[in-house]
Design a protein around this ligand. Structure first.
Ligand code: SF4
Length: 329
């Protein structure tokens, strides 16, 4: 029996229905992306987590996980790029990390251009992910940590039913939920479906300066600003992620814009400075794409320290895992 869950697929498909169901799923993905892209634009830079260590900082739990029995959570199929059973840098505690496929931005420093096209992902059931989550749960919740699941990408908001279902599976098991996002999508068709199931967000602003945002992402900044307003209105705590490129996004005007941007953000817990790195270059080449930042270097530790100091001197809470290392990548 086939049951459609507004953008996702319920399980238990009869063989004859499977092909048609997958076609419906792909059309649903395409419609979701089209609805979003026709109205506006989105944006984060998922960094290869194995290269990073999570800065030491506490998350506030403004919203508590909502109890729900696992069997009450609808099964939805999504397009997934990959998973990592354990990550220590993508939210509080130890995280089960899901990279979904599909992104509407085209960031010049993107580390994962292979996640851009939704149709290239592996069709994955939320219930199958829940089983994997169940197996690693003791490691996520051990030692009194606040671990849980983080959905990254790509852009998790572009598969709202799937993302919401996976977050609900985590909540049903007492785990915390987080998404790594640039705020893509639209309020009613995307955000309203996911945010009720979210404990916190990692939100990458790219640049608060509209022209720079557009240069980085090839999209307008409006939707990202709308999304951060939505997080604020819902009082969902978040870290603001910011990719620092020496000579591009670390000047006085960038610092001033960040300070202004953060001045009225009550739910923002910290700015996480992510120094630009070159880890994505080979993926661009593998995709047959021209890398837009050829010749650009990672910032030196001194440049990173100077940038972080400027923000902390302004009273902003800053996290940066590269402050005490000699190499950027
Ligand atoms: S293009 Fe998409 S996946 Fe790549 S850094 Fe930008 S928001 Fe992230």
């Amino acid at each position: 029996m086939l049951s459609l869950l507004s953008g996702g697929l319920a399980r238990s498909l009869a063989p004859a229905a499977a092909v048609g169901a997958l076609q419906l799923l792909r059309r649903s993905f395409a419609a979701s992306a089209a609805a979003w892209s026709s109205a506006a634009e989105p944006a984060p830079a998922p960094e290869p987590s194995e290269q990073r260590q999570r800065p030491a900082a506490a998350f506030n739990f403004a919203t508590a996980p909502r109890p729900m029995a696992p069997e009450q959570v609808p099964e939805v199929v999504g397009s997934v790029h990959s998973i990592e059973s354990f990550s220590a840098v993508d939210g509080p505690g130890v995280r089960f990390l899901v990279f979904v496929q599909g992104c509407g931005l085209r960031c010049v420093f993107c580390s994962n251009p292979d996640t851009w096209h939704m149709a290239r992902g592996n069709l994955t059931s939320s219930k199958d992910l829940a089983k994997k989550l169940e197996r690693v749960k003791p490691y996520l919740t051990g030692h009194g940590t606040t671990g849980g699941i983080t959905i990254s990408g790509g852009e998790p908001l572009l598969q709202p039913e799937f993302t919401a279902s996976v977050l609900m599976e985590a909540h049903a098991r007492g785990l915390t939920t987080c998404i790594d996002t640039t705020g893509q999508g639209l309020k009613h068709s995307h955000w309203d479906k996911v945010l009720p199931h979210l404990d916190y967000a990692l939100f990458c602003i790219k640049s608060p300066i509209p022209e720079k945002y557009e240069w980085i992402t090839k999209r307008k900044i409006g939707p990202a600003l709308g999304f951060v307003d939505e997080l604020e209105q819902r009082k969902i705590p978040y870290w603001l992620r910011y990719v620092m490129m020496a000579g591009k996004t670390d000047g006085p005007e960038d610092i001033e814009a960040l300070i202004q941007f953060c001045s009225n953000k009550r739910s923002m817990q910290a700015i996480e400075v992510l120094p630009y790195h070159l880890l994505g270059v080979q993926k661009w080449e593998a995709e047959g794409l021209q890398y837009p930042l050829t010749g650009m270097s990672s910032p030196t530790p001194e440049q990173v320290k100077s940038f972080v100091k400027a923000l902390t001197d302004a009273g902003l809470p800053v996290l940066c895992n590269k402050l005490h290392t000699d190499s950027q990548d």
